[in-house]
Design a protein around this ligand. Structure first.
Ligand SMILES: [Zn+2]
Length: 74
């Protein structure tokens, strides 16, 4: 399965691009053993900036946000 975007909620991380602290953020990663593993996370400003290039980051992702059906970390 290719890279997918997920909306991560209730976790703090740092934006991969600008280093800002983020909470409830879009992340791109892969689903391994039915669990999402984020590879890069972004703040909303950077996500907006990256949107035109989302296909490069996640070429197999048609819908930028896959439905989140279970917590990223149980
Ligand atoms: Zn950022």
């Amino acid at each position: 399965m290719g890279p997918v975007w997920r909306l991560i909620k209730g976790q703090k991380d740092m934006c991969h691009r600008c280093g800002r602290e983020i909470l409830d953020f879009p992340a791109v990663g892969r689903v391994v053993d039915f669990q999402f593993r984020a590879e890069e996370a972004y703040c909303w400003d950077c996500y907006r900036y990256l949107t035109p290039f989302v296909d490069d980051i996640a070429p197999e992702s048609r819908d930028p946000f896959q439905p989140v059906t279970k917590p990223a970390i149980p």
